[in-house]
Each structure stands twice: as structure tokens, then as C-alpha cells.
Design a protein around this ligand. Structure first.
Ligand SMILES: NC(=O)c1ccc[n+]([C@@H]2O[C@H](COP(=O)([O-])OP(=O)(O)OC[C@H]3O[C@@H](n4cnc5c(N)ncnc54)[C@H](O)[C@@H]3O)[C@@H](O)[C@H]2O)c1
Length: 449
């Protein structure tokens, strides 16, 4: 378990800085909080990862849980035990209406297709947001969420707790210190496949009745209506497989594995090009196996003017030779290889990095970087007004790249040219509609201006 920023230490260190700390140019003290304040907290999505988010936030001494929302009443047991006095809702919109200023900070841990709709709404209400990865289901939504976070001036963080883990922080430091030289290419892979969790690849023909505990209309939200599929066809968990709701293996794990890549190389824009190869797909679920070829503009940490980053999932892996591994070692089941001018770094998901140099006599003693408590980092940010490094600007940019993969899979083998500034694929007009989605009536998302 990573060491948390102990609250007392945090206050000691932050105390002197309070008066000058700013968020987007707004002095934190003008935000009406002081560092001894409590933070009135609500969780949207009360089970699965939602429970883990709520439970971890609640270990911070400033957190006062005041309300929780889950569309499934059978999934409220944990939060009821945690905070018997907190108000419970099935519809987060009612929670926001009823509770008003009594809520200051919110976790959003629903399935991917509702992240943008809910996070945007919560930010428009002026509340701080911690939203699970991937930040949104589409590229266009990620851009809207970035813009709204800047506009609302709230404290945001993407739910990618391993951003703060000692292993990933150590990997980032090694790359940035140039231990393996400038980076020539990166390969990231995850063993997970894009479908298979529900056991089906088409909609069930005779779906059962919706259990009375579930508000199916609220679960569907922005997506086109379809019948409830039965336990674990869509809800809970198996929604990941389905194009209408989830984001496949790249969506599930891209924001995890590519996070140290983006952070280490300081990638703060989109790729120039992307190309997908995969094992085939229908119109319902994501491919079982994918390879995505990204080419990004180079940065101060790359050897060349561009850097190729290749993503593999569903059992596909890069050539192990790239890692210069000793004969008795193989690649981990999921991880990244950073190929540098002097050697390679293998960063397992989630494990300490190892270094393998081209010069077999070269050695380097790795000094681990201390881990931080990701959850407490956001709470401390909400109290101090200091935005963590991986807010919605960073998380939105990473999510745009990840979800661009879920556009490229519709055009396998074709290199798509990406104009990140104008949010446009410039050489394939038919690909542009896949950057966004058709919203169900009553659940439209307006462009943030
Ligand atoms: N950071 C991580 O390590 C990590 C791990 C697992 C999942 N996740 C992310 O967490 C999110 C949830 O994943 P999960 O596996 O817990 O899914 P899940 O389906 O198991 O749980 C989602 C919960 O949200 C509830 N819910 C669904 N729609 C809702 C809505 N509109 N309003 C309120 N509650 C709603 C469900 O009833 C359920 O309790 C996803 O975005 C996923 O990518 C992150």
C-alpha cells in the first residue's frame, strides 16, 4: 500500500503556502475554504469500483459523507454501513437538487458511458470531481470535460490510483533522468481482451424482466435504449464489452498503462496518426485482440521528432527482444517497454521497473520514489485549492488518445491523420462521426463553449 500524505504533515507543509496557493489564477482562500475545513462528500456509483473510491476517500479525516447515488438499490449495503446518516438516491440529479451546497465534492464511478454526462453536470454545479478512468466514453466528450473543468475552476482528478504508486512514479523518474537515454519507442500491452465478460457477443434474444431494484432508464442514460439483458450481461461490470457503454480493453486499461508513458514523456497533446489492427468485430462488442499504432510528436525526452507508441491487448505482446532481457527472463503479462538509446526499461502493470542496458556491463541502482495516496491527494487538493497534476486537463488528453483507438478499430489497417486542435480526422471523413455519439433524447450533452 502506498504511503499516504498524512493529513497533519500535509497541513504543516501546506500551511505557509495557503495564502498564496492558486487555482487557475484564483486564490484558494477566495474559494471559501480553509485547510481545517471538512469536505462534504457524495459518491455516484456506490458499488464495484465506486465502493472502493468511497471507502478510500472516507479514510481521509476531512471527509464527511453526506449522500450516495446508485441506480441499483441492492448495491447500497456498503455505503449504508459506512455512513448510516447519509442520504441515498437512485438518481444523481435529484441528489444534486435536494442537497445543493451541502455537497462540495463528488466521486463518479459509474460505467464509462455516463462519466461525461454526470461529471459535466456536477462541475456545472460548482463541485469538485474525481471521475474514474477512462474519463469519458468518446473523444469529443473528453474535450468537453477538459473545457468544463477549466471553466468551473473546480478540483478534478482522474480515478487512476496507480498514477501515484511508487512503481509508476519510479518509472517516470528513471525515464526523465535519462537513465536509458532518450526514448526511441514505447510498447504497452495488457492481457485483458475487449469482450468475453458477458459470455455473449450479441444482444440476448429473450431478456428477463428488469428487477424492481434497478432503475434501467437511469442506467441506460445517454445510450440508445435497449432491454435489460439479465445479470452480468450489461450490469454490473460486463458493460465494458459493449460499444454503447464501455470502451473495450484499451478503454479499460489504456489510462492505466499509458499514464506513466504520458507522464514520463510529458505528452500533452494528441497523436499525429493512429492505425488499428484487430481480430475482427461486430457492431456490438469490441475486438478480442487489438494492436494500435500511435505516432506522437516528440518531446524533450524522446530521441526523435516523433515517437511511436504501440498498444497491444487480448494476449498480443511486443517482441521481447526490444527489452534486452536476460535469457531467463520474460515479459510480464501486462506492462510497458520503454526502448531508450542506452537500453530498455520494463515497467510491469503494476510493479517496480527493471533496467536492461545494451552495454551488458552497465549497472544502475534504482532508488524507489515514494508512493502517494491518490485519493487523499484529491481531497487535499479540494481543501487547499491546489489542482493535482492529473486533473481533467491531463486525464482528458490521455482519454482522447485512448478513445481515438476506439475510432481507429472501425477502419482497420488505415492510418488516420489526427488534428487534435480541431478535433478532426483529416484524411477520412467517415471516421469523424465515431469521435462522438448520438445521445438519447433528454440526455444530450451540449458543447462546452
Ligand atoms: N481505477 C481502477 O482501478 C478501476 C477498477 C475498476 C473499475 N474502474 C472504473 O470504475 C467504473 C465502474 O466500474 P465497475 O467495474 O465498478 O462497474 P460496475 O458495473 O461493477 O459498478 C458500477 C456501479 O455504478 C452503479 N451505476 C450505474 N449507473 C449509474 C448511474 N447512472 N448513477 C449511479 N450509479 C450508477 C451500478 O449500479 C454499480 O453499483 C468504470 O468507469 C471503470 O472503468 C476503475
Amino acid at each position: 500500500m502506498s504511503k499516504s500524505i498524512n493529513r497533519r504533515n500535509f497541513l504543516k507543509h501546506a500551511g505557509a503556502a495557503t495564502a498564496v496557493s492558486t487555482v487557475f489564477g484564483v486564490p484558494s482562500l477566495l474559494r471559501g475554504k480553509n485547510l481545517n475545513s471538512k469536505l462534504q462528500f457524495a459518491g455516484i456509483g456506490a458499488n464495484g469500483k465506486g465502493w472502493s473510491d468511497i471507502k478510500e476517500m472516507a479514510t481521509h479525516s476531512a471527509i464527511v459523507p453526506v449522500a450516495f447515488t446508485d441506480i441499483d438499490l441492492t448495491r447500497m449495503g456498503n455505503v449504508k454501513r459506512l455512513a448510516p446518516d447519509a442520504r441515498l438516491y437512485q438518481d444523481y440529479r435529484k441528489m444534486l437538487d435536494d442537497m445543493g451546497d451541502k455537497i462540495e465534492a463528488v466521486t463518479v464511478s459509474t460505467p464509462d458511458h455516463m462519466h461525461a454526462y454526470i461529471s459535466l453536470d456536477v462541475m456545472r454545479h460548482g463541485k469538485h470531481v474525481y471521475c474514474q478512468k477512462p474519463l469519458t466514453r468518446t473523444v469529443w466528450e473528453a474535450r468537453q470535460v477538459r473545457k468544463q473543468a477549466a471553466k468551473s475552476k473546480v478540483i478534478t482528478r482522474m480515478g487512476n490510483q496507480i498514477h501515484s504508486h511508487t512503481a509508476y512514479r519510479t518509472g517516470v523518474k528513471l525515464v526523465q533522468e535519462g537513465v536509458i537515454g532518450k526514448i526511441k519507442e514505447v510498447h504497452s500491452w495488457v492481457a485483458t481482451t475487449g469482450h468475453g465478460r458477458s459470455g455473449v457477443v450479441d444482444r440476448p434474444e429473450n431478456p428477463p424482466q428488469i428487477p424492481t431494484s434497478i432503475n434501467w432508464d437511469l442506467w441506460i442514460g445517454v445510450a440508445p435504449m435497449r432491454p435489460y439483458g439479465g445479470e452480468r450481461i450489461y450490469h454490473p461490470f460486463a458493460w465494458r464489452d459493449w460499444q454503447d457503454f464501455g470502451s473495450g480493453a484499451i478503454g479499460d486499461f489504456g489510462c492505466h498503462l499509458l499514464d506513466p508513458v504520458f507522464t514520463a514523456l510529458k505528452i500533452n497533446g494528441g497523436p499525429n496518426t493512429i492505425k488499428a489492427e484487430h481480430s475482427g468485430m461486430n457492431g456490438e462488442v469490441w475486438p478480442a485482440q487489438e494492436t494500435l499504432f500511435y505516432s506522437f510528436p516528440g518531446t524533450e525526452y524522446t530521441a526523435d521528432k516523433t515517437i511511436n507508441i504501440t498498444w497491444y491487448d487480448g494476449g498480443r505482446k511486443p517482441n521481447a527482444k526490444l527489452a534486452h532481457l536476460p535469457k531467463d527472463k520474460g515479459l510480464p503479462s501486462s506492462g510497458s517497454i520503454f526502448v531508450g538509446e542506452k537500453g530498455s526499461m520494463v515497467l510491469p502493470h503494476v510493479g517496480m521497473p527493471t533496467l536492461n542496458f545494451i552495454d551488458s556491463k552497465a549497472e544502475y541502482k534504482i532508488e524507489p520514489v515514494e508512493g502517494l495516496n491518490h485519493y487523499h491527494g484529491w481531497v487535499d487538493g479540494c481543501l487547499s485549492g491546489k489542482q493535482p497534476s492529473d486533473g481533467f486537463e491531463y486525464g482528458g488528453n490521455l482519454t482522447e488518445a485512448v478513445q481515438l483507438g476506439n475510432v481507429a478499430v472501425f477502419f482497420p489497417g488505415e492510418e488516420l491523420k489526427w488534428d487534435a486542435e480541431n478535433l478532426k480526422i483529416t484524411n477520412k471523413a467517415e471516421a469523424n462521426p465515431y469521435l462522438t455519439r448520438k445521445y438519447r433524447k433528454g440526455w444530450e450533452i451540449k458543447e462546452v463553449t
